[in-house]
Design a protein around this ligand. Sequence first.
Ligand code: NDP
Length: 335
Amino acid sequence: MPVLGYGTWLGISEKAQAAGDAKEAFSFDFDVSDAPKMVEALSYAIDIGYRHIDTAHLYRMEPEVGQIINQKIKQGVVKREELFVTTKVWHHFHREADVEVSVRGSLRRLNLDYVDLILMHWPMSISQKGVDEKIDYLETWRGFESVLKKGLVKAIGVSNFNLEQMKRLLANCKVPPASNQIEINLNLGQPELVEYCQSKGVVVVAYSPFGTMVPSRAAPNSPEPKLNNPTMVAIAKKYNKTVTQVTLRYLYQRGIVSIPKTITKSRVLENASIFDFELDQGDVATIAKFDNGYRTVRPIFWQDYLNYPFDKVPEKAEIPKSLMVWKNGINLDID
Ligand code: NDP
């Protein structure tokens, strides 16, 4: 897996972000207005050498992502086997037999013969109506092993699995997960889970690698560091890099793959320019101090569902409709 990927989740609408807290923010729709900008940015990313693309059924972007990939292959910019494409199976498809239905749907929308990695997006199983289906993720995993055997995917993995769930899965599978994609950034280091996965040969992929550092995710009262944090700015200056580059480099030096999302061309290049410097031990130790366990992605509306992987909080919220039912694709609804 290439150590840096391009993330394709467009995020939630500005109105939602302005609302400021997870409870409010997640009750709004997905922001799809930036899809054309993402198509351009992804096209540019492949042109300049990105070879790893992270998408999901949930993101509504599979048709657009597939269109760009196929265009780049046709133009001779890249060969299919040089690309590493990941997509994910949503909560509605956790019965063993439904995994293949989901994967075949993704392949159809992507217009690809296979994906390089398919992930179980979350360990919970929830119907389109929000009913807790209470399907053991070990059953779902058997469906993953089956699509691997059929050659629909080159590798199988999980996402948002906690330490206990990883241990249980590894103890009860025929094919171990190739990867666990989890939130990791400067506020959320997850050292125990990362070390466990890495000790078992499970590649750790960091989603939301910038956490609440960037203005679009900076909820009120979210912790430092922000982009203008003096400590981070000083470190960045020392290496003649930006704070975001230092952040991605820090994760890379921990042996973690990052998949930052940006629809801004200059940032596509900026985020990939992290392989020509090395943070020294003192700076690594300073940056590590920002880890305070703060989560950017806190889907509290799922916390009473079986296998919710994070600590529960006293708050309550309804599952937003946008996480239950959606059209497949934004501009290219091929279903
Ligand atoms: P990121 O940490 O990638 O942050 C994205 C935000 O950072 C955007 O607002 C972007 O702005 C901004 N940004 C990107 N690069 C820079 C830069 N160099 N300088 C300043 N700002 C920058 O968050 P995501 O939550 O999007 O995570 C990345 C990917 O991880 C997703 O796209 C998705 O593929 C995956 N993911 C997986 C999850 C899972 O459950 N498995 C959950 C969440 C994400 P702009 O686009 O305007 O440039």
